[in-house]
Write a protein that binds this ligand. Sequence first.
Ligand code: ANZ
Ligand code: ZN
Length: 851
Amino acid sequence: MARYNPKETEPRQLQRWDDANVFLTRQDADKPKYYVLEMFPYPSGRIHMGHVRNYAMGDLVARFKRARGFNVLHPMGWDAFGMPAENAAMERKIHPRGWTYDNIANMRGELKRLGLSIDWSREFATCDPAYYGQQQKWFNTLLKNDLVYRRESQVNWDPVDMTVLANEQVIDGKGWRSGAVVEKKKLTQWFMRITRFADDLIEGLTELERWPEKVRLMQSNWIGKSRGLKMTFPFADKDGGVEVYTTRPDTLFGASFIAIAADHPLAQEAAAANPELAAFIKSIAKGGTTQAEIDTGEKLGFNTGIKVKHPFKPGDTLDVWVANFVLMDYGTGAIFGCPAHDQRDLDFARKYDLSVTEVVLPQGANPEDFKVGFEAYTGPGHIFNSAFLDGLDIEAAKDAAIEKIEQMGLGEGATVFRLRDWGVSRQRYWGCPIPVIHCDDCGVVPVPDEQLPVVLPEDVTFDIPGNPLERHPTWKHTKCPHCGKDATRETDTLDTFVDSSWYFARFTDPKSPTPINKQAADYWLPVDQYIGGIEHAVLHLLYARFITRALNHCGYLEVKEPFAGLFTQGMLTHETYKTAAGHWVEPADVEVSTEGGVRKAVQVSTGEALSIGDIEKMSKSKKNTVAPEDIFDTYGVDSARLFVLSDSPPERDVQWSTSGVEGSWRFTHRVWDQFDSLPEGEIACTDEAAAADLLKAAHKAVKFVTEGFESFRFNAAIARLYEFVTIVRNADIAKTGSKARREALTLLAGLIAPVTPHLAEECWTRLGHDGLIANAAWPKFDPALAQDDAYLMPVQVNGKKRGEISIPVGASEEQIREMALADEGVKRHLDGVSIRKIIIVPNRILNFVVG
Ligand code: ANZ
Ligand code: ZN
């Protein structure tokens, strides 16, 4: 008997798949299609265990579907533009391009070693000019279709690094790299008109039945559709007024001030005549622009002295303030403040001593003495202090107030989305150049298709802050494609989220001379199963859904939803270890033992005793990661794949442990032993029942595992495989004969193929097959054999459970009674008593009433 040796087997089986080109995508006319895609990786340098889990899941699905008779598309690529490459360039004086492609080469090798059933002929990186050049083409189409535009907008500006920062790069109001206080600055930026599809992006969610409910909800909240009222408060002493947006028109009688954004035209106009106001506006330009910062930051305001009339309270006027918590690009950039029922308004009113009028009365409160202090009341209740709205609940009062405002001609009910247009400009080198040229005479001119791609220049420097494209001596100087005069290239590049918002479509024909080969895309899209991390629940998935709609709008694509099924997998966790001095120690340098029931950890390299900390998400900062390469070397790829798939339900976190992966390793050996011990010659069956039992177990396992793989219950399916292998091992071949055993093993080989594919090939060969199991059909079960043929029925005596008997499916009441009476255990309890009555509920329970 030969011991199973993954080190020898795995590379050999990889080579066989490679030689036979098994995983090239096929489009057989008589087969249905299945597109499975894992979110493509960022080429950071090495793969980590999170990748192993993600790709092991995708590969399970891909191999399973191939065996089930689908044309499967299972591609891989690289999300290769972005900041880390530029950071590496700055820190290590290497070119982002070299850094990126080196990392890709390295990670490709690691992924290939994993034995994934990927069609590598379709591989691309988003930083390949062949890819981003096609992206530039459709960008210009979107521009023509008014789905892309330029406008001035406020950005987070790092005055030291001289660069625009994304909101996530602003930490406590400071630049994440430089630590400088971030300023707000107006810059002309490129935007994608995602708001055009706001409604459709919400509506589309209802069709996505194979998406987690949680993700759909997060998307819906992000888009933030709300119904409200746009209404004008007329100026007290001149024509016109201030238009505000509110979702709480029921609280109009509680209005105590009007607040407008610092960049509202009225604020700008007033500031021109009021230096103090101008200075105030300048002073609030510092500080972050994120929602959290606005909600928690200090509320600051300046009374402009402008007055407006309250529409429902003749004679009453409200002051118009400029306030830092009102944003220009939401609603109308102006609000009415109702301090009693909005926390930001209340903070503001308490600071500047403005009036607070309660208008919503909570259930059971007394209208005479209900007062808010420093906490606004935002709950349900009935309206009071509000003339014609008094007594109505909130919803009814909203309707009544909107109707009245509409009658007065002061406004209209309106729907507003929280979603803003997507700012895609980045003042960065390592991204897709925005393919336009600025001409003094012709304005913005798209680079004509035949001049695309606009390729990044190679000779750039990263030694000083700012955008290398901007300071490159020649790159941006060009001719206007329209009039031929000297003109300037756009130096902004695209947000890397643009690159990842259509790669799934490009994979359907990655060499197409057009951005998308419509025929191929129409065949393969939507992606049937998308798999990735929950951290992409909002932005990536929303942008991809938007771009798919935009491409559909421009005729590139038939589908509107890119991903029919989405699965978000859990993360990998590991125990943490710390030295007495408080340094984290990586698991590879730790030996854990158990003494007297207590677990102890020792650092191998120093012999120092360590404290064992919490189980946490694997991260570099806590050093609790394990290197996939080390695991592959020690236990083999199949064991690693098996462990990440079997340990917990795929949507939950997996705790990595040495004992866990050792268990998987032992299982692979146990499987192999069953195949390896199959005798050459024929052994006759001597016990029909034993053979039948083995076959039944096999067919039941096929049924269970098939259903489990189909429904993402991978761990449950694998648990069943463990049980089945035990049954095979315990079956005596002298009784079952070799025929039944061979059949059981043939089914087993098929079942493990999506999980431990190298081992499965080895087993397949051992069974005498010349071909690859990767090309074999999925095991079929015989429904008659897979059916449960008996069930356990509890037996009670006077309502107390006294035993359990095995009842064949379909037995009559009469037969059940006889079997119960014949059961030794039951007999003992009926000894010396008289049976008054026997109650039988078929398939459920049997009860003897005795006296
Ligand atoms: C009066 C009011 C009374 C409001 C009250 C709330 C509670 P959502 O639901 O997030 O859409 N708002 C409107 N435009 C704004 C802007 N540009 N900047 C900051 N705040 C703005 O929020 C809608 C509410 O946010 C609106 O309803 C408005 O305040 C405020 F008891 O109007 B409300
Ligand atoms: Zn021109």
